[in-house]
Design a binder for this molecule. Structure first.
Ligand code: FMN
Length: 236
């Protein structure tokens, strides 16, 4: 991929972006070349992204919507793929979690620029078990554990309030500055969500915008832990 900076036309009331790099990836995908399971295909692509040195391949956009269909997106970290779906962790009182509680559907998007690949996942969400959240919470650096306690994510906050809260929490849990371990319990209001896909699309950027797209659709009535899929090519 060429690396020149993006060209723009700027006037006081407009910013126009001109042109774009041509995607030149030599690889191709088709419904017959991909794995029969999109979760396995994701696993293959994720490992290829890691090996290709993609920066933060685990970062993904998460879109949620209110029950009346007003969408919002933000980045989160993909933390686990299992036989049911894709797991990320967050605060259960945050805006995203409020939206997921009221409307349990989500869309995930991975973009691996270095490989000109994107993966879109659509599905229902479910909370992961407390045990799984606990196991993940304990694996996080202690500063992040305290951070999870300190943040009333998505609510208004005053300057300096967060750090004051962290200091109080350090005292409460007996954590000292520079400690790398400690006994910080999992907050009740924090844990994982799993997106159980009903549709997954793999996209590969090609020259002249003639991209490859392969979409998996879950067959009606197939079980969550052993779903069957229809696989088809989409026009770019
Ligand atoms: C690369 C990246 C990764 C992030 N990962 C997470 C994450 O795993 N969990 C999380 O709650 N917020 C994460 N954030 C912060 C969110 O984007 C967002 O600001 C926050 O979760 C509040 O979103 P909400 O108000 O829509 O609920 C991440 C941000 C970036 C840029």
């Amino acid at each position: 991929m060429a690396s020149e900076s993006v060209l723009v036309d700027e006037t006081p009331d407009k910013l126009k972006v001109k042109g774009h790099v041509q995607y030149e990836t030599p690889d191709t995908i088709s419904p017959t070349s991909v794995h029969h399971s999109p979760l396995e295909q994701f696993h293959i692509w994720f490992n290829e992204a890691r090996k290709a040195g993609v920066h933060e391949p685990e970062s993904m956009s998460l879109s949620t919507a209110t029950p009346t269909g007003i969408p919002s997106s933000r980045m989160v970290l993909f933390r686990q793929l299992d036989t049911r779906g894709f797991v990320f962790y967050t605060n259960y009182t945050s805006r995203k979690s409020q939206e997921l509680l009221a409307n349990p559907h989500a869309s995930l998007l991975f973009f691996w620029r270095e490989q000109t690949r994107q993966v879109r996942v659509l599905g229902r969400v479910e909370k992961v078990s407390k045990e799984e959240s606990e196991e993940y919470f304990k694996s996080r650096p202690i500063g992040s554990q305290l951070g999870a306690w300190a943040s009333r994510q998505s609510s208004m906050i005053h300057e300096g309030e967060l750090h004051a809260r962290v200091e109080k929490l350090q005292q409460r849990f007996g954590v000292r500055e520079g400690d790398s371990a400690g006994e910080v319990p999992l907050p009740e209001f924090w844990g994982g969500w799993r997106v159980v896909p009903r549709e997954v699309e793999f996209w590969l950027g090609k020259p002249s915008r003639l991209h490859d797209r392969v979409r998996y659709l879950r067959k009606e009535g197939s079980p969550d832990d052993q779903p069957e899929w229809t696989i088809e090519r989409l026009s770019p």
